[in-house]
Design a protein around this ligand. Structure first.
Ligand code: GLY
Length: 377
């Protein structure tokens, strides 16, 4: 059943010393964007970075909100897709901000999904040695993960997110009403990151998702609001304890070591969206944990059952087209940022909601998990 009315907006505070900010979660926040940004503005001027699909659906609403409030807004509209997160579009964005004479006291608005948030955030981090920015994430993935916590950056020929900076936003406006315009595949990909939070640290949240995930996917605003809030609360807590990923923050990469290898193997293409790779990666991380005797075999089965019930990509077999063999995938994992002293670090689990970081994983066990998963194709 779809609940028509949305709950009142909620706030999650990311209480970093000197860089504290709010994440507002609610329906219709886009229309109210000007009043939420107003207290941050030193002059009535913002620069919006977005992409064509978001612009087609939502830019007019945002521009009108600024215009009514007398805030001058200029807009850079980039192409959609992961390919935009590169040096070429970074240079374009940085040069555009300078040509628009955006000053340190102004605000850059990153208006889009993870690609736009990471790219615009990185440009804001380095142009004039740092301009404040506001995230208005338009995808579920960006609302629960990439817009929060200050990781910004671009991809290079060597791999994903290898050049970037920690630059915390000054505000995040997560308008759950915007999720209605997302293609179902993108919504479910973002849901992969939501499931990740339950799996890494909150078994009760995973139970809740098993019950409420289908309603969330169908458009239930109360379910969407709770899932985004709980995800942001968990991420905010982790970021406050470990902003620059010296330890605990690595838990947010549950499923990502496998995911990054699968994304590289599929050429960062439409064959596998990032959130889909996270979901498949989480199932593989639980399978690896079970094989190492860390958790019961029922845990990976339960993870896979939930992903399947949601109609999501669950196994390597769900990825279309050719893939490298197990050794090839393992080699691709070697480029992961979690490699320390040449040793791969994995996020494994002692049970649902009990993830931990370890380097103590025999290569043979990883290879056997991959080989078995590939054999199901
Ligand atoms: N997406 C992982 C992190 O923000 O640390």
């Amino acid at each position: 059943m779809t609940i028509a009315t949305a709950p009142a907006p909620e706030t999650v505070r990311v209480d970093l010393p000197g860089r504290a900010y709010d994440i507002l979660i609610g329906n219709g926040l886009l229309e109210q964007a000007a009043s939420h940004l107003q207290p941050l503005l030193r002059r009535k001027r913002v620069a919006i970075v977005t992409e064509t699909r978001v612009a087609a659906h939502h830019l007019q609403t945002l521009l009108e909100a600024f215009s009514v409030a007398g805030i001058a807004a200029s807009t850079l509209i980039l192409p959609p897709g992961e390919g935009t997160k590169d040096w070429v579009h970074f240079t374009e964005t940085a040069d555009w901000l300078l040509s628009e004479k955006i000053e340190r006291g102004d605000i850059v608005v990153a208006f889009g999904g993870g690609v736009i948030g990471d790219l615009a955030g990185f440009a804001a981090a380095v142009v004039r040695r740092g301009i404040r920015f506001v995230q208005i994430p338009t995808t579920l993935l960006a609302q629960v993960d990439s817009s929060v916590g200050g990781k910004t950056g671009i991809n290079t020929a060597m791999g994903k997110n290898l050049v970037g900076a920690f630059h915390q936003p000054s505000l995040v406006l997560a308008d759950i009403g915007l999720l209605d315009s997302l293609p179902r595949r993108d919504l479910l990909a973002g849901y992969g990151e939501v499931v990740k939070y339950g799996l890494l640290g909150d078994a009760a949240f995973f139970d809740w998702l098993e019950q409420n995930g289908p309603a969330l996917a169908a458009g239930d605003l109360a379910a969407r609001s709770y899932a985004v809030r709980r995800s942001c609360e968990m991420k905010a807590g982790i970021v406050m304890r470990d902003e620059t990923e010296q330890g605990e923050r690595a838990l947010l990469n549950l499923g990502h070591t496998f995911c990054h290898a699968l994304e590289a193997a599929t050429g960062y293409s439409h064959r596998l969206l990032h959130g889909e790779g996270v979901a498949v990666g989480c199932a593989l991380a639980f399978e690896l944990s079970a094989r190492l005797g860390l958790c019961s075999q029922e845990d990976p089965s339960r993870v896979r059952a939930h992903l399947r019930a949601m109609g999501m990509k669950t196994d390597i077999a769900d990825i279309p087209g050719d893939l490298p063999d197990a050794n090839g995938l393992l080699r691709l994992m070697g480029q992961d940022k979690k490699v320390v002293d040449g040793t791969l670090r994995f996020i494994l689990a002692r049970g649902i909601g009990e993830a931990f970081v370890t380097s103590d994983v025999p290569k043979e066990t990883v290879l056997s998990v991959l080989a078995d998963a590939l054999a199901e194709r």
